[in-house]
Design a protein around this ligand. Structure first.
Ligand code: VGL
Length: 209
């Protein structure tokens, strides 16, 4: 059986958001369409407290895009995206979420980021998504934002905890803070035995993939 994970399809990634991803909102219609093929659809949302330490503004003299050591873990500093309960943290307005069975919030601990939908970046706390999916499915597909951060980390963790993992690459878009980040993320995923497919390569029935 298979599940689709919609990764962080949230307003702050759209062109008017705090962390616009080039063409971030363009994948919403495809993400809507793909949901129809799946037995189960779940979603993740970044859900930061307003003083989250991944925000550059929390570190005097620092700018978004800089890399720091945050309690022993490398951390890119960001503007102020995905503050919990705000409109900017909600699903992108035209995302159909009527099939979404569960939404897993991440990044709620102000001291540590959570790019993955499964665990915080130190792998100490789980969102519960792995346990939830494990009871129901053994194969997971990921779409969403951003290819080079949350999709990458979510798919890496999925394969590490032994789901068969597929990223549908045309239903993702990346930040590309450094040119080539998206391509490097996709290569790294393949090296971790994550399959990268285009939506056009998906069979009509997903049970045989
Ligand atoms: C993300 C950068 C910062 C993501 C979240 O969802 O991919 N990227 N925060």
């Amino acid at each position: 059986m298979n599940a689709l994970i919609l990764v962080d399809l949230q307003n702050d990634f759209t062109p008017s958001g705090a962390l616009p991803v080039p063409e971030g909102d363009s994948i919403v219609p495809l993400s809507n369409q793909l949901q129809q093929k799946f037995d189960l659809v779940v979603a993740t949302q970044d859900w930061h407290p307003s003083d989250h330490q991944s925000f550059a503004i929390q570190h005097e003299g620092r700018q978004p895009g800089e890399l720091i050591d945050l309690h022993g873990i490398p951390q890119v500093l960001w503007p102020v995206p995905f503050v919990q309960e705000t409109e900017e943290a909600q699903f992108i307005f035209n995302l159909d979420h009527s099939k979404v069975k569960r939404v897993f919030h991440k990044g709620q601990n102000p001291r540590i980021d959570s790019y993955s939908g499964f665990f915080d970046n130190d792998h100490q706390s789980s969102t519960g998504m792995g346990e939830y999916l494990r009871e129901l499915e053994d194969e997971v597909f990921a779409v969403g934002l951003a290819t080079d951060y949350c999709v990458h980390f979510t798919a890496t963790d999925a394969t590490e905890i032994e789901f068969r993992t597929i990223v549908i690459s045309d239903a993702t878009r990346g930040v590309n803070l450094q040119k080539g980040d998206v391509d490097r993320a996709l290569v790294a995923l393949q090296e971790q035995e994550v399959r990268i497919l285009l939506s056009s390569e998906l069979p009509r029935s997903l049970t045989k993939i």
